[in-house]
Design a protein around this ligand. Structure first.
Ligand SMILES: [Zn+2]
Length: 390
């Protein structure tokens, strides 16, 4: 990609406290932000596995008096945001802690928005220029990720399924960036293999799609290449030896890097994956992993050189290979990675049928992510890609 006359706007501003034991900084960070009565936004799984208790104990130790909202759905819906907002008001809260995977963190961002922004959530839809209506007067937010995948802890978007459209809707604003992310890989040590694999594939896809996305952005490109390398290198160990802190640490960094890099843009994988979650309830990252190889095949017509760069980044010996051979090797390596982390490579394994494809493709076209895909996608392309992944 060469520079063009269009202006780019970019920022890498999130404060991140990174490393094993980072959550012990909760009290200090809350104090710095003036938070005393936080709303802790999480889901029941995080409560059941004891992580919420650990964070609450950390908060108590620092004199915080949190209100807990643990009603976030795996694919968060508008009602979660409204229920959380009620909790915020009832608890007379003065800030927020988001604790969980992307679902809890995105819900926390949307609640944070609603505290000071009275319009219905749909009015802030990024596709309707919602960002123009978002101001910086939102309460402070401490984001604590319990998975290494979404990178929502450093990102500026929240993805919520709206009541009116039943569609995953992106709300996007620099003012939604968490005030601080506490990135503590120790929190991911007990994550089951299946979730480690699915969320890790989300991190991988963010890096790969950002690298291939249209546009001039060498800074994001550099981050995406290194993030891809970390994910390919360390995901299998994180899945099969979940107590390996080094692998968990590298995956948490890969997730953060993916989310920083995709301010450049994502691609068709995410547009295809979003309706599979909102219509059929599939896990976001797992779905991305399944769709990534067919989309890379589709994109190679416009992105062979970039696929060749990725080959070098993930340790394929490219010397002596043609660009086309290196691109093939990259796609094959990603297929092999899916096998290594025990993720089926077919959507049919998750109950998706041929009859569902036309409705999915229609929703995929409405999703904005594919607008930065390196090769333009028509509805017929979306149908063909679903069929290939079926
Ligand atoms: Zn994603």
């Amino acid at each position: 990609m060469s520079p063009n006359n269009a202006l780019s706007i970019f920022a890498f501003p999130t404060r991140v406290v990174f490393g094993a034991g980072a959550v012990r900084e909760l009290g200090e960070e809350a104090k710095r932000l003036g938070i005393r009565r936080p709303l802790l936004v999480t889901d029941r799984g995080i409560v059941q596995c004891g992580i919420a208790e650990r964070i609450l104990a950390e908060g108590n130790r620092s004199g915080l008096t949190p209100t807990v909202f643990d009603g976030v759905h795996p694919n968060p819906i508008e009602q979660d945001v409204l229920d959380g907002l009620e909790g915020y008001r009832a608890g007379d809260c003065d800030g927020m802690i988001g604790l969980g995977g992307g679902s809890a963190l995105d819900t926390a961002k949307a609640i944070r928005l609603c505290v000071t922004h009275p319009l219905p959530l749909g009015q802030y839809d990024d596709q309707l220029n919602g960002a123009e209506k978002i101001r910086g007067n939102v309460p402070p937010l401490i984001a604590i990720a319990t998975t290494a995948g979404t990178g929502s802890e450093v990102g500026r978007s929240a993805v919520i399924i709206l009541k009116a459209t039943d569609r995953k809707t992106v709300i996007f604003s620099p003012f939604l960036i968490p005030s601080v992310a506490l990135a503590d890989p120790e929190l991911t040590l007990g994550l089951p293999a299946r979730i480690t694999a699915g969320t890790g594939l989300d991190a991988l896809t963010h890096n790969v799609e950002a690298y291939l996305a249209k546009g001039y952005h060498p800074m994001c490109d550099a981050i995406a290449l290194q993030g891809t390398r970390l994910a390919v290198q360390h995901l299998p160990t994180a899945v099969h030896d979940g107590r390996d802190l080094a692998a968990r640490t590298h995956m948490m960094m890969a997730a953060i890097m993916g989310a920083v890099a995709f301010q450049k843009g994502l691609g068709a994988v995410h547009s295809l994956a979003h309706p599979l979650s909102s219509i059929a309830g599939l896990h976001h990252g797992t779905t991305n992993g399944i769709l990534l190889p067919p989309v890379l095949e589709f994109n190679r017509a416009s992105s062979e050189e970039r696929l060749c760069d990725l080959a070098a980044a993930i340790g394929i010996e490219v010397h002596g290979l043609t660009t086309s051979q290196a691109a093939t090797a990259t796609i094959e390596r990603i297929r092999k990675l899916l096998q290594e982390v025990d993720i089926p490579d077919r959507l049919s394994a998750f109950g998706i049928t041929r009859e569902m494809i036309p409705a999915l493709a229609k929703k995929a076209m409405e999703d904005a992510c594919h607008l930065s895909n390196p090769r333009p996608c028509s509805e017929a392309d979306m149908i063909a890609l679903y069929e290939q992944a079926l």
